[in-house]
Structure formats: structure tokens, C-alpha cells
Design a protein around this ligand. Structure first.
Ligand code: GUN
Ligand code: FE
Length: 424
């Protein structure tokens, strides 16, 4: 079956560049994109003009590299900094996921919300229980979103309801991998140790072994908050720094996503680069919890792999376009405050991170993250913003960030299938 989409097509090229077709047509055939080009080129190839239909503004679907499903009900709630906020607001919210039926209802709303904001691929911290994680995967499969998710595992320093022994957690993870790791169906299991303070050495060791055995993604948190960093130094006195803990247990590789990474020493940055691990930049959350401002410009200049994450619940919303705007604005704040920070990040770069950059972070840059022939058709269609006067791409890209509230998501495709349809 072919779907023909008509309008402005905006897509990232390689290396932070963009291209567009103002009177563009995209043809989706089955799961993949068959054709992208100007309407005249479409007519030449297919022997007819594009079918009469409303015009859209089209981008590749967004890639959210870091968010928490069981925190969706409490997004935007609470206050204070990381460790107090976790204790007071997050751990009780996650303990509620002992009820798998509740987990299913939350997961359904969560994935619908992501798709409704144009997110077609997400890397997600799941609930801390096996049955709830099953329910969340079931909801993801029904929603049709492209997903990397795992049960968040903890065996210390958290309320008893959230902890289990490394042996039990390993068994649960194994069962979940066997039931849900289905790359060909666009659903993958990601090994998910919450962060070093809540995972003992035996648990970290088991997590690394499982990720290696099945070549799975790993996701965790790193260097978000100064008190957290001091705590890790106490818990792991033999390691030179926080990054060294994950490195020591074999958890750093090109399939690892490290959320936050605000306060990293040059030595830590060097290890992350050498291991080709990915940094998930979560600027909204970083400000909400007063964690700090990640030096995004510096990391990009150093060729670190970076993408964007909404980090619900400390990130209080789910739109990657909003997150991209925050990434730009916070890079300006950092440049104002820190004389060592050389330059800022522009909207084209932030949007690139939300799309092709995210795809590259998942080693999927040849399959998703752009509207190109042969790519899988992960596409977000916005209602045509006829009030915008856009003569050029440099006019358009900033508007996507700064006036995204004027955009309406109308259709969202994942691998060629319509997964969200809003009012035009
Ligand atoms: N570090 C460990 N757990 C969490 C979490 O749930 N949210 C954030 N922002 N940081 C964390
Ligand atoms: Fe997080």
C-alpha cells in the first residue's frame, strides 16, 4: 500500500545540515519511504500530479533518548533537588506500579502522549516490577511506538518496596528479555540500572553481563547532581570518579545511554568518548531540579555522541521540540555565565539532535531520523502553518522551536503505519 504525503518536507542531512522541499511529496510504500522530492519530480516519476489533499509540514519523527514511564502521573510535581525529590515524590509514585493494571493504564496514556507530540522512537525507564513492565510493553506494542525499554532495577538505598536481590532481579530481567526483546518488531529490551547509588556491585556486574550476552542497550544516570556525585564517591572509594564506576563494571560501550552528564571532568569525558557511549541531554529536567547546565556546545565540539531526552517527571512535558528549544536557550545561559564556554547551540543543531542525532545515538542513522528514500517511514505531519512566512530554511527552523505551540500534530507514522491521527 502506498501513502502519498504533500507539503513542506524538512529533513536533516548529515553533520547538522538540513534540507527541505517547499512543494514536496513523500511516498511511503509499506514500511519504508519510496520517494521524496518536489511535486514536479513526483509527477515525472509517477505520471500524475499528487492527489488532492491538505498540505502538511513534515519532519522525521522525534527520538526521545531518556524518559521515565512510571513518573508520567507525577510530571511537574514536587520541588527541591534530585535526592530529596526522588525520596519524597518519585519513589512513592513508582511503588504504585506493583499494580500491573494501573501500569497498563499509565503506559497507554504515556505512549499516546509521546506519539501525539511526534515522538516515534523512545528510550524509556520502565516500572521497577516485572508484571508492570510486561503491561508497559503490551501497551507499547499496541501503540506501535518504536521502543527501547527496561525494568528499572535497584537493590539498595531505596525504599524496600522498590528493591530486590541481584539474583531475583537477574531472573526477572532474563524473563523480560526473552518475552520482549524483538528488534524486528521495533521493540527492544534495555538493561536499566537506575544509577550507581541504588545498585550494588553484584547488581551492576549482572546488568553488564546480561547486556553483553544479548547485545542490549544499557541506560542509566550519570553526574546529574553534586550531592549524588559525592555519594557515589563514598560508595565506590576505589573508583577515580562516577564514570569510572560504570566503566569498571563494563557498562560503558556504544550501546550505553547516560542521562544528564552535567558535571563531568575532562578524564570522564575522555572515557565516554573512547567507549562511544551516548549522552542524553535533558535540559528541562536539569533546570527543574536545579542540577546545573550541561555544556552541550563543548560536548559537541569534542565529538561526544549526544541526543535529547525529556526525562519525565523532572522534565514536566513530553515534546522534543520544547526540549530542543530548552537546549538552545540553556546553551545561551551557560555562555553568559561561564567565560570558558565557547559559543552556543543554534536551533538547527538542537533539531538535528532531536531527529537524526537521536537516531545516530541508537546506531539507527541509516534507517530512521530522516525523510529519505529507503529509510523506515517514521514521520510527523503538522497541519500546514499558513500563518508562517517562511521563504527559506533559516526562517523556518527557529520557528519550529520558538513557535511550536502554534503547530498541530495531525498524523504520525511509525514504519509506515499511521499511529496517531489528530484533528487537522
Ligand atoms: N537519578 C536516579 N533516578 C533518577 C530519576 O528518576 N530522575 C532523575 N532525573 N534522575 C535520577
Ligand atoms: Fe532520568
Amino acid at each position: 500500500m502506498r501513502t502519498v504525503l504533500w507539503g513542506i518536507i524538512v529533513t536533516p542531512a548529515s553533520n547538522f545540515q538540513w534540507q527541505w522541499w517547499q512543494d514536496g511529496v513523500c511516498v511511503v510504500h509499506g514500511e519504508t519511504i519510496e520517494f521524496v522530492g518536489e511535486a514536479a519530480a513526483y509527477q515525472q516519476r509517477y505520471g500524475q500530479p499528487p492527489p488532492e489533499q491538505p498540505r502538511f509540514l513534515m519532519l522525521p519523527g522525534f527520538v526521545d533518548l531518556h524518559t521515565h514511564l512510571p513518573q508520567y502521573p507525577v510530571r511537574g510535581m514536587g520541588e527541591g533537588t534530585l535526592l530529596e525529590w526522588l525520596e519524597k515524590w518519585i519513589f512513592p509514585a513508582e511503588a504504585a506500579f506493583q499494580d500491573a493494571a494501573y501500569a497498563y493504564e499509565v503506559a497507554k496514556a504515556f505512549f499516546q502522549d509521546l506519539l501525539a507530540h511526534g515522538t516515534t522512537a523512545a528510550v524509556v525507564f520502565g516500572p521497577p516490577y516485572e508484571a508492570a513492565t510486561d503491561a508497559a510493553f503490551t501497551a507499547a506494542k499496541e501503540a506501535g511506538i518504536r521502543l527501547w525499554m527496561g525494568m528499572a532495577v535497584m537493590d539498595r538505598s531505596v525504599p524496600e518496596a522498590l528493591r530486590r536481590s541481584p539474583e531475583i532481579l537477574e531472573m526477572e530481567m532474563q524473563r523480560l528479555v526473552q518475552r520482549w526483546h524483538r528488534p524486528e518488531e521495533r521493540i527492544q529490551y534495555a538493561i536499566t540500572p537506575r544509577f550507581a547509588p541504588s545498585c550494588s556491585p553484584p547488581l551492576l556486574h549482572r546488568c553488564a553481563a546480561l547486556a553483553n550476552r544479548w547485545e542490549l542497550m544499557v541506560q542509566t544516570h550519570l553526574a546529574e547532581n553534586q550531592a549524588e556525585i559525592a555519594w557515589v564517591a563514598e560508595l565506590f572509594p576505589d573508583q577515580p570518579h562516577y564514570t569510572g564506576v560504570y566503566h569498571h563494571f563494563g557498562l560503558l560501550h556504544s550501546r550505553t545511554i547516560l542521562a544528564h552528564c552535567i558535571h563531568l571532568s575532562p578524564a570522564e569525558q575522555a572515557i565516554i568518548r573512547q567507549k562511544e557511549a551516548v549522552i542524553a541531554h535533558c535540559p528541562t529536567s536539569n533546570r527543574f531540579l536545579q542540577s546545573g547546565i550541561m555544556p552541550l556546545r563543548r560536548y559537541l565540539d569534542q565529538q561526544l555522541r549526544v541526543g535529547l531526552g525529556t526525562d519525565v517527571a523532572a522534565g514536566y512535558q513530553t515534546a522534543l521540540l520544547y526540549e530542543a528549544r530548552e537546549a538552545v536557550e540553556q546553551s545561551k545561559t551557560l555562555a553568559l555565565c561561564d567565560p570558558d564556554e565557547k559559543g552556543t547551540v543554534d536551533p538547527a543543531t538542537a533539531l538535528w539532535l532531536a531527529t537524526r542525532g537521536g537516531a545516530a545515538a541508537l546506531s539507527m542513522e541509516h534507517r530512521i531520523g530522516a525523510i529519505e528514500p529507503e529509510f523506515e517511514a517514521d514521520i510527523v505531519c503538522f497541519a500546514f502553518p499558513s500563518q508562517w512566512q517562511v521563504q527559506s530554511l533559516p526562517h523556518l527552523l527557529p520557528l519550529l522551536l520558538y513557535r511550536y505551540e502554534e503547530l498541530t500534530v495531525t498524523k504520525v507514522y511509525v514504519a509506515g503505519q499511521l499511529r496517531y491521527s489528530g484533528t487537522p
